[in-house]
Design a protein around this ligand. Structure first.
Ligand SMILES: *[C@@H]1O[C@H](CO)[C@@H](O)[C@H](O)[C@H]1NC(C)=O
Ligand SMILES: *[C@@H]1O[C@H](CO)[C@@H](O)[C@H](O)[C@H]1NC(C)=O
Ligand SMILES: *[C@@H]1O[C@H](CO)[C@@H](O)[C@H](O)[C@H]1NC(C)=O
Ligand SMILES: *[C@@H]1O[C@H](CO)[C@@H](O)[C@H](O)[C@H]1NC(C)=O
Ligand SMILES: *[C@@H]1O[C@H](CO)[C@@H](O)[C@H](O)[C@H]1NC(C)=O
Ligand SMILES: *[C@@H]1O[C@H](CO)[C@@H](O)[C@H](O)[C@H]1NC(C)=O
Ligand SMILES: *[C@@H]1O[C@H](CO)[C@@H](O)[C@H](O)[C@H]1NC(C)=O
Ligand SMILES: *[C@@H]1O[C@H](CO)[C@@H](O)[C@H](O)[C@H]1NC(C)=O
Ligand SMILES: *[C@@H]1O[C@H](CO)[C@@H](O)[C@H](O)[C@H]1NC(C)=O
Ligand SMILES: *[C@@H]1O[C@H](CO)[C@@H](O)[C@H](O)[C@H]1NC(C)=O
Length: 739
């Protein structure tokens, strides 16, 4: 770490420590500007610090001081107090003897994996005693075991059901948090950075594992960004590591082997943030097959939808027995301001931890700096393509690139910073290996005009700041969209969870931007992707499992889906194809009222009805199960917690969906159906519309009928079963085109 960043960190530590106390004492709050006067360690002589603090305000600096009163004193662990002061008074105070520092009492949000708080899932939520019996299997790039997030303080030995092993190659050690770790090695995939061990040299697996089940780490941050307490959603749960991915990729064989082991090892939830760019049908997908086995054995597989959005039908995770998670934003948005020699200031997007100290530097358009010796022209240097920039022309300057790139070429060419302009989305931030910010083409063209207008154009790039995005949550542009390309009548994705600018633990071998030449190695990093949303749901599933250890994967999934908070199609025009049932809400999901349960036989019926069933069923069951008329179910009758109907614009449909719900709330409860649908040519009926339960675990069936015609690309409606306590909500969609 660089010296100046270290001192910044130190300063933040101080703020955090004191403000943590401040928030506990209502009396410290004031409408006027107040300052914290920090006086170091607590005095050992036991003299009354309160009176000392008061006396300090009567010091010779002016009679005004005496009028002020101490808002609150710190006297248990250290010495200091809060007082209303003007800036001038604060400066005087700072010079007084015994005072270490005086700094403004600003509102800061002490929440890091901000995503959990944003989800309404606070650190203080009720936890089941059994949480430490839940084991989350993370299939990923391995883990960094020394991360503070995986400290096993306070955790007893793993539950007896755990049967896995720990491969200790390369100094890798397990503990009571990381109860097991294995790596799966496929020849030919290793790069020079790969470690033949469960140890993570990428950062990705460490990040996802800590989001799922990392313990609490105070004052986590990335050079001050995202400052607060980092925590996993199930901080007492255990992590079983299955390293299936290497720098060269992840092989099917290894993925299946990992599934095989994980199920036998006794994991409860499988969290899988990897996938293919191309979609494969159920018969041809190792993950779908592995996940089917997992389901058969009572293990829920949680999978990310993929990062190929925002176009429709880009989703690659769609098997009905797994839970597919889209990625949405939180209220914390990271941005990076830029200032130009003409005094124009623009708000770009990036995670920029570098500090140029507000100094202006020359800026040059990449197009004006082609590496002519390498025979590159304006046509490639304007995009800052590999080797295209002339080192002598960009050295010590900020270079403007007409494309969002990794920043590698400007860095290698010796540029001091980079400004990128492109037409892509700006709803999440990338890290670059040098000071950089990303602008849209509108701002970009203004900058081009400025650069052209003068011979000495200058610019500077500021350190990133955080904004409150009050529009959140909405699904990020990169998150893959439905509909389900193989079975359009099963709605996918299932739900959405935070996946944008997420701070979590990191591998010390992987630099912040993951670009060679970046020398920032950090214990916590901020990254985005559906990979980040997946462990939020894995943890939520673990949370439910800790309260309901006997619930099936489908029951847990149903609980998460029917209690998800509805999201808005205002920003996400693709509506349910972007967010499925909505934004995950683990607290509500613990007590869903009703569940839509399914077991292996139900999925086999579904598969048989899809044709090709026997082949697949035999593939997964590895016995001679065959499909018969009796086992031939329709897609509409799979007991799924959402409803989807693919039709054609001219067709008048009448489609019945049969469903059975299980009462997991109070024994005597009467649920009424409430269908909300836009006015139009579609009619949705529920029969019966009242479900009177008389016992716990009782199952009652109903049929939902969609009749009519539509020509809309998506019609969004919903069914809500309501007993006055629970609202069991399912989205209903009708649509006429896949893409
Ligand atoms: C393993 O630990 C030993 C002793 O602490 C150390 O010398 C060695 O460099 C470590 N190896 C790796 C790969 O970290
Ligand atoms: C998980 O997602 C990947 C791609 O994102 C996909 O290939 C795989 O089939 C998915 N698994 C399941 C069980 O849906
Ligand atoms: C299965 O995948 C292979 C290659 O990945 C492809 O050639 C084949 O057509 C696929 N089969 C089906 C049924 O999708
Ligand atoms: C350089 O730019 C500044 C404004 O940014 C301007 O005042 C100055 O005259 C310029 N110098 C030359 C040599 O163009
Ligand atoms: C900048 O100047 C070059 C020629 O010097 C011209 O080709 C280009 O169109 C100009 N760009 C803008 C945005 O004015
Ligand atoms: C953003 O604003 C909302 C509403 O004012 C508030 O509840 C929330 O805590 C804020 N979030 C952050 C990160 O400051
Ligand atoms: C099974 O799937 C293959 C590839 O998708 C297809 O060519 C074949 O017709 C299917 N068979 C049946 C019986 O549906
Ligand atoms: C099951 O349904 C599928 C699709 O509707 C059909 O192709 C198949 O012949 C049926 N099989 C049996 C045994 O009824
Ligand atoms: C679905 O529900 C309808 C209407 O209640 C019923 O007639 C039909 O038999 C049901 N189908 C199945 C497969 O249960
Ligand atoms: C039905 O749902 C709508 C929209 O969510 C709500 O306004 C209404 O109060 C609900 N009605 C009943 C009877 O629950």
């Amino acid at each position: 770490m660089e010296g100046k960043n270290l001192s910044l960190l130190h300063c933040l530590l101080l703020h955090g420590l004191i403000l943590a106390l401040v928030t506990k004492r209502a009396t410290c709050q004031s409408n006027k500007k107040s300052y914290i006067v920090y006086m170091g360690n607590q005095r050992k002589d036991g003299s009354s610090t309160s009176s000392l603090h008061k006396s300090m305000l009567q010091d010779p600096f002016g009679s005004n001081f005496a009028m002020k009163s101490v808002l609150c004193s710190y006297k248990r662990s250290f010495n200091g107090f809060v007082v209303e002061l003007t800036e001038e008074e604060a400066q005087k105070m700072a010079g007084m003897s015994g005072v270490v520092s005086v700094f403004p009492n600003e509102k800061r949000n002490l929440h890091t994996t901000r995503s959990w708080d944003f989800m309404g899932f606070s650190e203080q939520v009720e936890r089941a005693a059994l949480e430490s019996d839940v084991i989350i299997g993370v299939l990923d790039t391995g883990i960094w075991p020394e991360s503070e997030s995986f400290n096993d303080k306070g955790l007893g030995p793993p539950p007896i059901k755990w049967k896995g092993i720990c491969q200790t190659a390369n100094n890798f050690t397990c503990n009571n948090k990381i109860t097991g770790a294995q790596y799966y090695r496929s020849d030919g995939l290793f790069g020079s950075d790969d470690l033949i061990s469960p140890r993570d040299s990428s950062g990705h697996g460490t990040h996802t594992a800590s989001t799922a089940a990392g313990g609490l780490v105070n004052r986590a941050n990335l050079f001050g960004l995202g400052y607060g307490t980092a925590r996993g959603g199930a901080p007492s749960a255990r992590i079983a590591v299955y390293k299936i991915c290497w720098s060269g990729g992840c092989y099917d064989a290894d993925i299946l082997a990992a599934f095989d082991d994980a199920i036998a090892d006794g994991v409860d939830i499988i969290s899988l943030s990897v996938g293919w760019r191309i979609r494969r049908d159920y018969f041809n997908d190792s993950i779908a097959i592995g996940a089917f086995h997992a389901m058969k054995n009572g293990v829920l597989t949680v999978n990310s939808t993929g990062n190929q959005g925002p176009n429709r039908a880009t989703i690659t995770s769609f098997s009905p027995w797994s839970l597919s998670v889209a990625a949405s934003t939180t209220d914390r948005k990271i941005f990076t301001k830029l200032k130009f020699g003409n005094n124009m200031i623009y708000k770009g997007v990036s995670i920029n931890t570098f500090d140029l100290n507000n100094e202006m530097y020359p800026i040059i358009h990449g197009g004006n700096a082609p590496n002519t010796i390498g025979k590159f022209t304006w046509a490639s240097s304007r995009f800052c393509l590999q080797n295209s920039l002339d080192h002598n022309l960009v050295k010590g300057k900020i270079v403007l690139c007409d494309m969002l790139g990794t920043g590698r070429e400007p860095l290698l060419a010796g540029a001091l910073g980079a400004v990128m302009q492109d037409q892509g989305a700006k709803d999440f931030a990338f890290s670059f290996p040098l000071p950089a910010s990303y602008l849209d083409l509108v701002d970009g063209s203004k900058i081009l005009i400025y650069i052209n207008s003068t011979s000495n154009a200058t610019a500077t790039i500021f350190k990133s700041n955080e904004d409150n995005d009050t529009m959140a949550p909405y699904v990020a542009s990169f998150s893959s969209r439905g509909p389900n390309p193989i079975t359009p009548d099963i709605l996918k994705p299932d739900l959405s969870a935070p996946g944008v600018d997420i701070l979590a633990a990191w591998s010390l071998l992987s630099p912040v931007s993951q670009i060679k030449g970046d020398n920032r190695f950090v214990p916590f990093n901020i990254i985005s992707g559906t990979s980040m949303s997946c462990p939020h749901v894995s943890a939520s599933a673990a949370y439910i499992k800790s309260f309901h250890p006997t619930w099936s994967p489908a029951a847990i999934k149903s609980a998460l889906m029917t209690t998800a908070s509805p999201m808005s199609s205002g920003i996400n025009l693709d509506a349910e194809f972007a967010y499925g049932s909505g934004h995950v809400n683990p607290i509500k999901a613990v007590n869903p009222g009703l569940i839509y349960d399914s077991e292996e036989v139900d999925y086999i019926k579904f598969l048989c009805g899809q044709g090709n069933g026997t082949r697949f069923v035999q593939l997964v069951t590895r016995d001679d199960t065959t499909c018969s008329e009796a086992t031939n179910g329709t897609v509409w009758d799979l007991n799924y917690p959402s409803f989807a109907l693919f039709t054609t614009a001219s067709e008048t449909v009448s489609r019945v969906f049969n469903r059975t719900v299980t009462n997991v709330g109070s024994p005597m409860s009467i649920y009424g159906a409430n269908v909300t649908a836009p006015a139009g040519t579609l009619k949705i009926r529920v029969n019966p519309s009242v479900l009177p339960f008389t016992s716990h675990g009782q199952k009652l069936s109903f049929a939902l009928t969609i009749e009519g015609t539509t020509d809309k690309s998506i019609v969004s409606a919903s069914l809500e079963w309501d007993d006055g306590v629970h609202k069991v909500r399912s989205p209903i969609i009708v649509f006429v085109s896949i893409s």
